[in-house]
Design a protein around this ligand. Structure first.
Ligand SMILES: Nc1ncnc2c1ncn2[C@@H]1O[C@H](COP(=O)(O)OP(=O)(O)OP(=O)(O)O)[C@@H](O)[C@H]1O
Length: 261
């Protein structure tokens, strides 16, 4: 495997009402091509800021990052958000093909790739509907299909399932895993759910409360392909769950103490 993302001494300081907020401090990591990484940490520790920097939406205050590109014609990254990722005046099909159309991909490729991903997420019968006619789960399927159809070098996902009910969440998590197994894209996925992180990840990056640093990387050695049922009943995952739970408890408490000072 080759290195896909390298982050070196990344720091981000925001200025808020003349005060400095250090959101990220000395972040360092390396991610291999095709790895699935989840980032877990207390609220406000800088997870979204880190993702926004990697998406090119925010500039680091110091340090740098590098994303290895394989082909010049592919976008560097696609992002999937928690909500509002779909464009209301476009049909499901137009939403999924948006990235490909914007970069003027050949018509045949647009057609093939769009219909392949519509099929993978079970949306072919709904391709002519508009987002307002879809459930929350269906909208997130549209966002995921669009991100993969776009064929980016890396995928950045910011709590994409946080607003869904449990049942829909489980179904979408397994659908995402199945598409990822086929495409082997490099994914960075932010979540607040320990179960979700254990199900999806090759490694989990645990962040500290503000300023956000990466305190530990936890390797998830469970066999793939994974299903929630099997993962939950594996004693190894119970141990990992407790370890991460304890980390988060400590960080949340520390964050409270810092804010009370
Ligand atoms: N544009 C901005 N201007 C000023 N401060 C900001 C800005 N964006 C983020 N911050 C601050 O940086 C810190 C990290 O925010 P960020 O949204 O990255 O955290 P997070 O870990 O994603 O939080 P959550 O889990 O609640 O979504 C917070 O203190 C936030 O208030």
């Amino acid at each position: 495997m080759s290195e896909k993302i390298k982050v070196d001494q990344l720091t981000k300081v925001f200025f808020k009402h003349k005060e400095q907020v250090m959101a990220l401090k000395d972040i360092n990591f390396s991610i291999e091509d095709g790895e699935f990484i989840c980032i877990l940490g207390p609220s406000g520790c800088g997870k979204t800021t880190l993702l926004r920097i990697l998406a090119g939406l925010e500039t680091p205050s110091s340090g740098h990052y590098d994303i290895q590109a394989k082909g010049q014609e592919r976008p560097l990254q696609s992002m999937v958000f928690q909500e509002q990722g779909v464009i209301p005046w476009m049909t499901v099909e137009e939403n999924v093909s948006l990235g490909l159309r914007m970069r003027h991909a050949p018509r045949k490729i647009i057609k093939e790739r769009t219909s392949m991903y519509l099929k993978k997420v079970g949306l072919t019968p709904y391709k002519d509907l508009f987002p307002k006619e879809l459930s929350g789960g269906m909208k997130q399927r549209v966002s995921i299909a669009r991100a993969f159809a776009n064929d980016p070098e890396i995928l950045l996902m910011d709590e994409p399932f946080a607003a869904l009910d449990e049942q829909n969440k489980f179904i979408l998590q397994e659908e995402l895993l199945s598409i990822w197994e086929e495409t082997k894209k490099t994914v960075i996925f932010i979540t607040h759910s320990i179960d979700e992180a254990i199900l999806l990840s090759d490694r989990i990056f645990l962040m500290t409360s503000q300023p956000g640093t990466i305190k530990e990387e936890v390797k998830i050695d469970l066999p793939r392909p994974r299903q929630m049922k099997k993962v939950r009943s594996d004693p190894k995952s119970a141990d990992v769950f407790l370890k991460i739970w304890n980390h988060l408890q400590t960080e949340v408490q520390e964050s409270r103490i810092k804010h009370e000072r």
